[in-house]
Design a protein around this ligand. Structure first.
Ligand SMILES: Cc1ncc(COP(=O)(O)O)c(C=O)c1O
Length: 326
C-alpha cells in the first residue's frame, strides 16, 4: 500500500445517516461527507492530490499543469493545494467561450492560477500533447513542471480512494456497521477505480456502484480497466479485474456533462429541503438521483446498508443558480 503522501485533507470524513430518506425508501442510507475534506481543497480530488503532489515535490517540480472543464473541482483543488505547497499552477480549461469568472473558475483566479482556455475539440483530442508542450517550454526556462491528468485519475491518484476504502472499513468497526453497498459518481473514473480495486483485492465482497454522469458504463468499464493496467504495477501479485464485476448504473447522465434537466434541479432542491444536504449539479446530484430512482426500481433489493460518497462540488452550483425553480 502506498502511504507516501502529503496530508492536505481533513480525514477521516464523517459518515451520516439520512433519516427521512431512509424511512421513505426502506433502506439504511448513509452518506460519507467527502465534501468536508476541506474548503479550498474540498471534495474527492484532494484525496488523489495528496499522493500526486507528494510525487511532484519529490521530483523537484515548481509548477503544476492540469486540465478540466471550466467549473472543474479538480483544477480548483490543484491550484489551492499548489499555493499551499509553494507551487505555481497552469490550468487548461475546456471552454467554448470565455465565461465570466464564476464558481470554481472564479476561485482559480482568486488563487492566482494561470488559466489557458482551450476549445472542446483540442481538449478531447490534444490536451496531453498541449500540456506536454507547456512543460517543455517551462523546462527551457529552467523550471520543472508536474503534469496531472484530468481528475487526477491515474495510477498514483487511485491511491486516494483505495485508501478511502480502508478508511470506510475502519469506520465500520467504530460504528458497528457493515456497508454492503457503496455508491459514487463516475466522472473521470479514479474515485470508482480506487474503491473497486480495494474491494476486489481485499476480497471484501461489497457491491461498489458507479453512476456515469457523462458517457455510459461501456466507456467507464474500459476506462477503469485502463486505470487498472497502470495501477497494477504497484502490486507484486497479479489480480484480475473483470469488466463484468464493475457495477454501474446507466441512464442518469441526462443532457451531458455539466448540463441539467429541470427534474435534476428539482431533485437537488427537494433533497436539500428534506435532509439539509446540498448536492452539486454536475456529479453528486445526478448520481444520487440515479441511485434513488434505482432503489425505487428495486435495483438494490439485496442491499440493506448503503453508503453514498458525497464527493463535493458545491462551488460549481453557484454558476447554475438561475436553473433552479425556487
Ligand atoms: C464533485 C465531484 N464528484 C465526483 C467526481 C467524479 O470523480 P472521478 O473523476 O474520480 O470519477 C468529480 C470529478 O470528476 C467531482 O468533481
Amino acid at each position: 500500500m502506498l502511504t507516501n503522501k502529503i496530508k492536505l485533507a481533513n480525514l477521516p470524513t464523517r459518515i451520516e445517516h439520512l433519516d427521512r430518506l431512509s424511512g421513505e425508501l426502506g433502506k439504511n442510507i448513509y452518506i460519507k461527507r467527502d465534501d468536508y475534506t476541506g474548503i479550498e481543497f474540498s471534495g474527492n480530488k484532494i484525496r488523489k492530490l495528496e499522493y500526486c503532489l507528494k510525487e511532484a515535490l519529490d521530483q523537484g517540480a515548481d509548477t503544476l499543469i492540469t486540465c478540466g472543464a471550466v467549473q472543474s473541482n479538480h483544477c480548483r483543488a490543484t491550484v489551492a493545494a499548489g499555493v499551499k505547497l509553494g507551487l505555481d499552477s497552469i490550468l487548461y480549461l475546456r471552454s467554448p467561450v470565455r465565461e465570466a469568472p464564476e464558481g470554481n473558475y472564479f476561485l482559480d483566479k482568486v488563487l492566482g492560477a494561470e488559466v489557458r482556455h482551450i476549445t472542446p475539440s483540442d481538449y478531447s483530442e490534444r490536451r496531453q500533447e498541449i500540456m506536454e508542450a507547456a512543460a517543455l517550454e517551462l523546462e527551457a526556462q529552467g523550471r520543472k513542471a508536474y503534469l496531472i491528468p484530468e481528475g487526477a485519475s491515474n495510477a498514483i491518484g487511485t491511491w486516494g480512494y483505495y485508501n478511502a476504502f480502508m478508511e470506510i472499513l475502519d469506520q465500520e468497526k467504530e460504528l458497528s456497521l457493515d456497508f454492503d453497498t457503496i455508491v459514487t459518481a463516475l466522472g473521470s473514473g479514479g474515485t470508482y477505480a480506487g474503491l473497486h480495486f480495494a474491494n476486489e483485492i481485499g476480497g471484501h465482497g461489497k457491491k461498489v456502484y458507479g453512476v456515469p454522469i457523462v458517457m455510459d458504463s461501456e466507456y467507464f468499464k474500459k476506462r477503469v480497466g485502463e486505470i487498472w493496467q497502470e495501477f497494477s504495477s504497484y502490486f507484486e501479485k497479479s489480480y484480475k479485474m473483470e469488466a463484468e464485476d464493475m457495477l454501474m448504473l446507466d441512464g442518469f447522465a441526462g443532457r451531458g456533462y455539466g448540463l441539467n434537466t429541470p427534474e435534476e434541479m428539482d431533485f437537488i432542491r427537494d433533497l436539500a429541503r428534506k435532509e439539509g444536504l446540498i448536492l452539486d449539479s454536475v456529479y453528486t446530484g445526478k448520481a444520487f438521483k440515479g441511485f434513488v430512482e434505482s432503489i425505487e426500481k428495486k435495483e438494490f433489493s439485496d442491499s440493506k446498508n448503503i453508503l453514498f460518497i458525497h464527493t463535493g462540488g458545491l462551488f460549481g452550483l453557484f454558476s447554475k443558480k438561475f436553473e433552479f425553480d425556487l
